[in-house]
Structure formats: C-alpha cells, structure tokens
Ligand binder design. Structure first.
Ligand code: NAP
Length: 247
C-alpha cells in the first residue's frame, strides 16, 4: 500500500530529516530528499536508501523562497508523483541574546523555520485536498513551549509552528488530511554539535530524565508513526519527544 505514497522531507540532507527519509524509504515510501546547500550529504542519503532497494531522489531548493518551492513541487511531481506525506523539517539556528540580535538573524530563522512551513504546506495541501488524503508533519521544538536563552528568534519560529499546526489541522481535517508536529528536546545532530560540553548543555543534560540526548532514529520512529495509516485519528497535536526534559 505504501509503494504508491510519496513523501517530501525538507532539509533531509542530514540530521533528523535524513533519518526520517531513511525510515520512510524502509517502509516502501518513495522519498523526495530536499536540501539547500549540502548536495553531497543529500546524495549520500539517497545512495544509502537505493542500496537497500528503496526509491529516493534529491531536490535542491531553498524552502524559504516561494519560487524555489514552486519549482521543487514541479520537479518532485514529475519525477516521483504527487506528495501525500509532507515533513516540514528544514531549520536553522542563529543564537544571540535579544540585545545583540541583528535583524538579519531574526529574519533568517523566521523565514527558514516558519515561513518555509507556510510556503511548502500551502503548495502541498492544495494537491492533498484534491485527492482527499494527506499527512503533514511539522518539526517544532520544546523551545516553542519553553523559553530558551539566546533563542528569541528560534523559540518564536517553533512556537509559530505549534500554533500553525493547530490551525492547519482545523482547516484541512474535512479533506482527510492530518497535521501534527513533533517537538524534540536535545537531539544529537550537526545543529547541536558541541552543546553537551557547553555550560548550558551540561545543565540541560542534568534535567533530562533519560540522562542522555535523543537520537535522530528516535525522532524518525515517531515521525513514521504519525505519518502512517495507523495514525488516522490524531491531528493538531504536538508530540513532545525530549526524554522527559520538560516534565
Ligand atoms: P541539521 O542537522 O543542522 O539539519 C538541518 C537541515 O535543514 C539540513 O538538511 C539543511 O540542509 C536544511 N536546511 C536549512 N536551511 C534550509 C533551507 N533554506 N532550505 C532547505 N533546507 C534547509 O539540524 P537538525 O538537528 O537535524 O534539525 C532538523 C529540524 O529539527 C530543525 O527544524 C530543527 O529546528 C529541529 N529540531 C532539532 C533539535 C535538535 O536538538 N537537533 C531539537 C528540536 C528541533 P542544507 O545543509 O542542505 O542546507
């Protein structure tokens, strides 16, 4: 049944996005690996998938750019078919204290993490509405619930994702489209490289009930469930996946 499904994962050249792409491909879902700058990493993800018999293709696009998003969908649809499963995962950090934050750092994070989710979801949802089926999964963060020092831009973007998830769920439910998000805590990726040895990171580690950072595979497992036919009833929710950090 899954072999007719096409998943687009934004920012799948590494980290959480790459893990979600590999997990979905292992379930016979065709995956569109979007990247912006890390072409070699994206090709490596594709090669790992195809070596195991999966179907994957790479697509370059800056998802914060409306024209690039439009081209991305034209390419994905012509190569793999209509996108039924969408993962809005692409994200960046530009950490500064509020009083030192340049407008550029604010704009970059809001455009990549929040505006891109709007642009990509809008385009995907139009086609999903016509076919009366779809699953949208947004990657938020616990920072969208709990304020973090040096991340007013990032926290605002992730809080926006959580709120957008609820609104989109209300608009799209009558088309058999579910919209959920995962709010990870501290997951080991390039984005958090070195964090565990910083003073702030050591404090965070002490508060994680499971006494360790999460892995990309653990996020991918939750993503695969939320995108699957087994999850036909949960919508509008944000699943906190943080090893008990925020309890
Ligand atoms: P990562 O390893 O740094 O990967 C980020 C991905 O986003 C890369 O594939 C990157 O692709 C892509 N990307 C960035 N800007 C893009 C753009 N304009 N257009 C298209 N793709 C773009 O980070 P990660 O830790 O896996 O994070 C993935 C998501 O999880 C993010 O939304 C992040 O906020 C969220 N998250 C992460 C953690 C954590 O602890 N790691 C916790 C909570 C939430 P290129 O390199 O090709 O540009």
């Amino acid at each position: 049944m899954n072999n007719n499904k096409v998943a687009l994962i934004t920012g799948a050249s590494k980290g959480i996005g790459a893990a979600i792409a590999k997990k979905l491909a292992s379930q016979n879902i065709k995956v569109a690996i979007n990247y912006n700058s890390s072409q070699l990493d994206a090709l490596q993800v594709k090669n790992e998938i195809t070596a195991l018999g999966g179907v994957a293709e790479v697509f370059k696009a800056d998802v914060s750019d409306r024209q690039a998003v439009s081209r991305l969908f034209e390419e994905v649809e012509s190569v793999l078919g209509q996108v039924n499963l969408l993962v809005n995962n692409a994200g960046v950090v530009e950490n500064r204290l509020l009083t030192n934050m340049e407008e550029e750092a604010w704009d970059k994070v809001i455009d990549t993490n929040l505006k891109a989710c709007f642009l990509v979801s809008q385009r995907a949802a139009s086609a999903m509405c016509r076919s009366r089926f779809g699953r949208i999964l947004n990657i938020a963060s616990t920072c969208g619930f709990v304020g973090t020092v040096g991340q007013v831009n990032y926290s605002a973007s992730k809080g926006g994702i959580i709120a957008m998830t609820r609104s989109m769920a209300k608009e799209l439910s009558s088309y058999n489209i579910t919209v959920n998000s995962i709010a990870p805590g501290f997951i080991e990726t390039d984005m958090t490289d070195g964090f565990d040895s910083s003073p702030q990171g050591r404090q965070v580690l002490k508060k994680i009930l499971m006494s360790r950072p999460g892995t990309v595979a653990e996020v991918a497992n939750m993503a695969a469930f939320l995108l699957s036919d087994e999850n036909s009833y949960m919508t509008g929710q944000s699943v906190v996946l943080d090893g008990g950090l925020s309890v």
